[in-house]
Structure formats: structure tokens, C-alpha cells
Design a protein. Structure first.
Length: 148
């Protein structure tokens, strides 16, 4: 009797290499980031007034609304919560000049400022103070929005 032919080896499948999905890129920086910052700086030293919408006094959201209206012609909303929807939410670390920074939880934010880049922002802080530059290392925002 002839020996049985050896069974042919089962081919080893080639490993399937799964490439990681490309990360979703952050939206492009605010096209007019430098113009937004330049407009914001024009108001340094103006007083905080609750409900102030400019041009001589502002509260935090009145300030951000006024600056965006002057530069872009767009009304981003008169208080913090509507301004959250003016663009795409990004991390604070991604924020660049002209982006909005928010303090508090989405839907119930209590403060907004304009990012300057480099961990700084410009804002209307609170009654008794004036529009000034602040640092995220002293008061860290919760999230940011890139206005589109």
C-alpha cells in the first residue's frame, strides 16, 4: 500500500493591517482671528456693566457679541448659551486667536471671552472691573468654540 500523500498545509492568511482612521482635523482657525483680536483690544479699559452691549460698556457676552458684529457682521447671540452654538466646539488647547472660550457646562455657561492664543484671552470680567486680558493658567475655561 502506498503511503498517503501528505496533507497540503493550510495556507496562513496574510495579516490584515488596519490603519488607524485619520483624526478629524480641527476646523480652520477663525479666518478673521487677528481682526477679531484687534477689535477686542480697542475696548481695553471700558467698564463692565451688567447687560452692557457696547460700545461704551459691556458685560461678557455683550462684549463678544459686539466684537464679532463689528468684524464679521454676524450676530452670534446676546448671551453665553446662544454663543455656544455659533460654531464648532473644540478643546481649550486647540483654541486660537478669535475663538470663543466658555466657563461652565454646555447649556449653562456663565462666562465667555475671546481667545488671544498663547493661553490668554480678553474679556469683560465682572462689575467693578474693566475689559482686560486674562490667563487660562489663572482661570481655566471649560471649553472653546471656533465660530464659523
Amino acid at each position: 500500500e502506498a503511503p498517503a500523500a501528505p496533507a497540503s498545509p493550510t495556507p496562513t492568511p496574510e495579516p490584515v493591517v488596519q490603519r488607524p482612521a485619520a483624526p478629524t482635523p480641527a476646523p480652520a482657525p477663525a479666518a478673521n482671528g487677528s481682526a477679531i483680536v484687534a477689535e477686542a483690544y480697542k475696548h481695553i479699559g471700558k467698564p463692565y456693566v451688567w447687560g452692557g452691549k457696547g460700545p461704551d460698556a459691556f458685560d461678557c457676552s455683550g462684549f463678544t457679541r459686539y466684537v464679532y458684529l463689528q468684524v464679521t457682521g454676524r450676530d452670534i447671540g446676546g448671551w453665553t448659551v446662544p454663543q455656544e452654538s455659533a460654531g464648532r466646539v473644540i478643546s481649550v488647547g486647540e483654541a486660537q486667536a478669535g475663538d470663543l472660550l466658555f466657563w461652565g457646562s454646555a447649556g449653562s455657561t456663565h462666562h465667555v471671552a475671546i481667545a488671544l492664543g498663547g493661553g490668554q484671552y480678553i474679556h469683560a470680567p465682572r462689575p467693578g472691573q474693566t475689559i482686560s486680558v486674562g490667563s487660562t493658567s489663572n482661570w481655566a475655561p471649560s471649553f472653546a468654540v471656533r465660530v464659523h
